[in-house]
Structure formats: structure tokens, C-alpha cells
Ligand binder design. Structure first.
Ligand code: NI
Ligand code: MN
Length: 226
């Protein structure tokens, strides 16, 4: 499984010869100026909620690549209104089988409105099961005991968790989340993009290590293999 970081909460996961893009916020991100949005060719775009810092480049990439958007009903209807016809609406609790594996939608404790203020449905996380590895992409969320359900439902090999605090979980909360999830390997997201979510990266990594856990912080534009 190959994972490329495009900044903020945006990752491209390549598994079973398919490319899955999460929460594209690239062209407005000052930390991701060196990323060429035109070079990203996903098969699927998964959107966790309607906030600008998660959907900014979604329509552009979907139109250019014909990638299928997978999100809640409200976000899929917004995409459809904007000319996208390849989408699959879901909601929390639902699961679908796709050609790379299964996608299950789980709860996130957050809000979800479009930049113009209209309702964006409930915010979500994704549990992805594949023949290679299983993982959890939390989206924007607070620490919640619902994460215990994920740990009981499926062995996840790693989790994408927000660590920037202020709008989401903090580093300390993410460490507690790893116990709920029964998963000690975390890829950090939703940090450093804005002043309000600046963290000390070395301190964060050390906190995880001291707890017997692993925090992976990928440089923007870099790819890792898990
Ligand atoms: Ni948000
Ligand atoms: Mn956000």
C-alpha cells in the first residue's frame, strides 16, 4: 500500500491497482504550493465533510479524471449540482464493496457545512478494508468512544488521525484514540496548515514513542509504503 501526502488532510492511497484520494485541499494550501493538482489521477475521491479545507479541489479533480466521489448524500448532491455524475452517496453505518476493497462510513464528532453556509450532512470517517491492509481515516473529529466500535469491528493496521487540536483531536487525544482503536500506528493529519493548528512535530512524535506508539508525519509531496 502506497500513501502520498498532499498536505492538511489530503492523502492518495494506492492499493490493489486503484488510487483513492481523501479530502483534497491542495491549491488553497500555502504549504502545498509545490503540488501540481493536475498530476493527481485518482479512481475514487472520498470526502469526509463539506468544509472548504476538505473539498476545495474535489470538483476540479473529479471533472478532470472522472473519479467517483464517495461521501454523504448532501455532498454527493452538491457535486451533482455542479456537474458531477459519477458519485455514490452513503451515510454513517453503511458499507459498500468496491473493486479495491470495502468502504464503511463511521461517525465523526464535528460539523459540516459548505463554504456558502448550506448544510453539508453529518461529518464522517471511513474504515477501509482491503486484501492488503485495513485502515481508518478519521476525517475531522473529536476523540469519541465510538472509536471503540471500530477497534471491535475490524482490526485496523493504521489510522489517519487529526492531531492539530483546536478544531479536532490533539496529539494527546490521538494517543488515547489508539487505545480505543486497538491500533498503535498513526499517520498524522490536520496540523500546521493554519496558525490555529500549529504543533511541535518532534514533541508529538516523542509523545507517541513514550506511549509505545508510532506517529508517522509525512512531508508534503512524499510517498511512503506501508
Ligand atoms: Ni472541518
Ligand atoms: Mn478541517
Amino acid at each position: 500500500m502506497r500513501i502520498t501526502y498532499y498536505g492538511h488532510s489530503c492523502f492518495l492511497v494506492e492499493v490493489n491497482h486503484k488510487k483513492i484520494l481523501f479530502d483534497p485541499f491542495i491549491s488553497p494550501n500555502p504549504l502545498a504550493k509545490h503540488i501540481n493538482v493536475n498530476s493527481i489521477n485518482p479512481d475514487y475521491i472520498l470526502l469526509s465533510h463539506a468544509h472548504e479545507d476538505h473539498i476545495a479541489d474535489a470538483l476540479f479533480i473529479a471533472k478532470k479524471t472522472n473519479a467517483k466521489i464517495i461521501s454523504n448524500w448532501e455532498i454527493c448532491m452538491w457535486a451533482n449540482k455542479n456537474g458531477i455524475t459519477n458519485f455514490h452517496p452513503m451515510n454513517i453505518g453503511g458499507k459498500i464493496k468496491l473493486d479495491f476493497g470495502n468502504v464503511k462510513i463511521v461517525n465523526a464528532i464535528h460539523s459540516s457545512s459548505f463554504p456558502d453556509g448550506t448544510y453539508g450532512g453529518n461529518p464522517m470517517g471511513f474504515v477501509i478494508e482491503t486484501s492488503d491492509k485495513n485502515f481508518y481515516y478519521a476525517g475531522d473529529t473529536a476523540l469519541t468512544e465510538d472509536m471503540k466500535l471500530i477497534g471491535d469491528y475490524r482490526q485496523v493496521d493504521f489510522s489517519f488521525l487529526p492531531i492539530g487540536d483546536n478544531f479536532t483531536m490533539s496529539v494527546d487525544n490521538a494517543i488515547i484514540a489508539t487505545d480505543f482503536l486497538k491500533c498503535n500506528k498513526v499517520i498524522g493529519m490536520h496540523y500546521n496548515t493554519f496558525d490555529l493548528i500549529k504543533i511541535d512535530e518532534q514533541e508529538a512524535i516523542q509523545k507517541f514513542t513514550r506511549s509505545g506508539k508510532e506517529l508517522i508525519l509525512i512531508s508534503i509531496g512524499n510517498t511512503i509504503e506501508l
